[in-house]
Design a protein around this ligand. Structure first.
Ligand SMILES: Cc1cc2nc3c(=O)[nH]c(=O)nc-3n(C[C@H](O)[C@H](O)[C@H](O)COP(=O)(O)OP(=O)(O)OC[C@H]3O[C@@H](n4cnc5c(N)ncnc54)[C@H](O)[C@@H]3O)c2cc1C
Length: 442
C-alpha cells in the first residue's frame, strides 16, 4: 500500500503515500473528516481565527487522495450555476457578492500558495473559452458579461492557435496550479502549526466526536469534508471527470499552440472540457462523458473509462494538429459531487457542533477555499461578508429516487455529447440542448 502513489494522477506520479501519520490523541477541539482542500483549508482558516485550537484531520487513504490531488488545476471564478440563473434565483446583489468573493479567494490562494506551496506554480493569467462552430460562437457571445470578455478570432488567435477558431471569451479571474503540490504544501504547513493529520484512518461522526478506525475521539466540533468520496444518499450524485496528459512538449510545439503565460482553456461545448499547460510543459486535458453509477455508488473503474480518455486525445489533436505524433503518457479520473440544484453546501449546526461542506460540481478548487473560510467564521461565531452568501446554511434539495436518477442523469450525459455533434455538423444551436437545458436546473 505504501509503495503506491497517493492517487492515480499525473500530479502524484513519483510520490508515495507517507503511511506514517496515523497517531492521534483521544480529544481535540475540532475533528475534520477528509484530507482534501475542504478539510485542509478548514483547518487553515480555523487556525487563523484561533491559533490555540487543537485540530485533527482524519484521511481514510492519503492526503490528496480524492479530487483535490487529481483535478485540472483551474483556480477559477466559475460557479456551478450560471450567472443568469443565479440572478433570477437570488438577485443581482447576491450574485455580484458571490463573484466578488470568488475573485478574492483566487488572489488569496495565490498569496498563500506563493508562501507555502511554491511548487504548485500558481499563475493567474485567466482562462479562454473558444468557439469552433457558429452555434458555440453565438452561445458564448450571448454569455459575455463584466467578467467574460468577447474576443474576435483575430484577437484570440494571438493567444491560442486552435483550428476553426471563431473567437471566444476571456475571463481574467482564473489561475493555473499543480493541485497536488498545493495539497502537499498546505498539509506540511498545517503540521508545522500543530495540526495532526492522521492518514489511513476511516472516520465516522458520532455523538460528541468521531469513531476513528476503532478509537473514539472526542471533539465538540466535527467537520465532514469528504465531498464526492463519501456516501451521498440523495443529497448529491458522484459524476466522473477524466483527464489525460501528454509528454512534455517542446518549445517549437508550444510556439505553434500559444498559451504562453499558461492560462487555462476549453472549447465552448455542452459536454464539460478543460485544459492547462502544465509548469513542465505538458498538455493536461480533461472532460466528462463517463456514465453515472447506479445508486450513486463510487466505482473505481469509471475513473479509467477508456472511451472518454480516447475522445479527449482525439479532441486535443483536433484542436492542435501539431500534436499528431505526440504521446499521451498519463490517464486518470476522479469523482465530483453534484447537488440537485447545482449549488454547493456549507452548513454548521451550533447546537450539535456538526459541520459539512461540498457539492462543488467540478468547480471546487476555489470554492473549497471559500466554503472553508465561511465555515471557519460560522464555527467561531464571526459574522462576515462571506457568511451572508446565498448558499450558506441552506437545505440541500434531494435528487430523485432510483432508477429515475440513473436514467435521467445518463440520458443527459449522452444527450450533451449528441448536442455537441449536432452543433459541429449544422452550426446551429442544438435542438437537443434546448430540450434538455430546463431539466438540468443550472
Ligand atoms: C478529474 C477532476 C478534475 C477536476 N478539475 C477541477 C478544476 O480544474 N478546477 C476546479 O475548481 N475543480 C476541479 N475539480 C473538482 C475539485 O477537485 C473538487 O471539487 C475538490 O477538490 C473537492 O475537494 P474536497 O476536499 O471537498 O474533496 P476531496 O479532495 O475529494 O477530499 C475528500 C477526502 O475525504 C476522504 N474521505 C472520505 N470519506 C472519509 C472517511 N470516512 N474518513 C476519512 N476520510 C475520508 C477521501 O479519501 C478524500 O481524500 C475536478 C475534479 C476531478 C475529479
Amino acid at each position: 500500500m505504501q509503495d503506491l502513489p497517493p492517487n492515480n494522477s499525473l500530479w502524484a506520479d513519483g510520490f508515495k503515500q507517507s503511511g506514517k501519520r496515523n497517531e492521534f490523541n483521544n480529544s481535540y477541539d475540532v475533528a475534520i473528516i477528509g484530507g482534501g482542500f475542504s478539510g485542509l483549508w478548514s483547518a487553515y482558516h480555523l487556525l487563523k481565527l484561533d491559533p490555540k485550537l487543537s485540530i485533527v484531520i482524519f484521511e481514510a487513504k492519503s492526503t490528496g487522495y480524492g479530487a483535490s490531488g487529481r483535478n485540472g488545476g483551474w483556480v477559477s471564478s466559475d460557479y456551478p450555476v450560471y450567472r443568469k440563473t443565479l440572478e433570477k434565483r437570488h438577485g443581482l446583489d447576491a450574485t455580484d457578492n458571490l463573484f466578488k468573493e470568488l475573485a478574492n479567494a483566487i488572489d488569496e490562494i495565490g498569496q498563500i500558495s506563493g508562501q507555502i506551496a511554491p511548487k504548485a506554480s500558481f499563475v493567474k493569467s485567466g482562462t479562454v473559452t473558444f468557439a469552433r462552430n457558429k452555434a458555440q460562437e453565438r452561445r458564448l457571445k450571448e454569455s459575455a458579461d463584466s467578467e467574460h470578455f468577447w474576443k474576435s478570432a483575430g484577437e484570440l488567435g494571438q493567444l491560442i492557435q486552435v483550428t476553426d477558431l471563431r473567437g471566444g471569451l476571456f475571463n481574467p479571474q482564473c489561475a493555473t496550479i499543480n493541485p497536488f503540490q498545493l495539497v502537499l504544501g498546505l498539509a506540511n504547513y498545517l503540521e508545522s502549526k500543530g495540526v495532526v493529520i492522521a492518514e489511513g484512518v476511516f472516520a465516522t461522526q458520532t455523538n460528541g466526536g468521531v469513531l476513528a478506525n476503532s478509537s473514539l475521539v472526542k471533539a465538540p466540533v466535527v467537520i465532514r469534508a469528504s465531498e464526492a468520496y463519501s456516501n451521498p444518499g440523495r443529497e448529491f450524485i458522484p459524476l466522473y471527470s477524466l483527464m489525460i496528459a501528454s509528454e512534455a512538449l517542446s518549445e517549437e510545439i508550444w510556439d505553434q499552440i500559444g498559451v504562453k503565460n499558461r492560462f487555462t482553456f476549453a472549447e465552448g461545448t455542452h459536454l464539460v472540457n478543460y485544459a492547462q499547460r502544465t509548469a513542465d510543459n505538458r498538455l493536461a486535458i480533461g472532460g466528462r462523458g463517463a456514465s453515472y453509477p447506479f445508486g450513486s455508488k463510487l466505482i473505481e473503474e469509471k475513473e479509467m473509462t477508456s472511451s472518454v480518455h480516447q475522445n479527449l486525445e482525439i479532441m486535443a489533436k483536433r484542436w492542435f494538429p501539431v500534436l499528431k505524433n505526440v504521446k499521451f503518457t498519463h490517464a486518470w479520473g476522479g469523482a465530483v459531487a453534484i447537488t440537485r440544484n447545482w449549488e454547493p453546501y456549507v452548513q454548521f449546526d451550533k447546537s450539535t457542533g456538526s459541520a459539512r461542506l461540498g457539492g462543488y460540481a467540478g468547480d471546487g478548487v476555489t470554492m473549497s477555499y471559500l466554503a472553508s473560510k465561511i465555515l471557519a467564521d460560522l464555527i467561531v461565531g464571526r459574522e462576515s461578508n462571506v457568511t451572508n452568501l446565498h448558499f450558506v446554511n441552506r437545505e440541500i434539495r434531494k435528487w430523485e429516487i432510483e432508477p429515475l436518477r440513473y436514467l435521467a442523469v445518463n440520458s443527459l450525459v449522452k444527450l450533451s455529447g449528441i448536442a455537441d455533434k449536432e452543433e459541429a455538423r449544422t452550426g446551429r444551436p442544438s435542438l437537443v440542448s434546448r430540450l434538455i437545458s430546463p431539466l438540468i436546473l443550472r
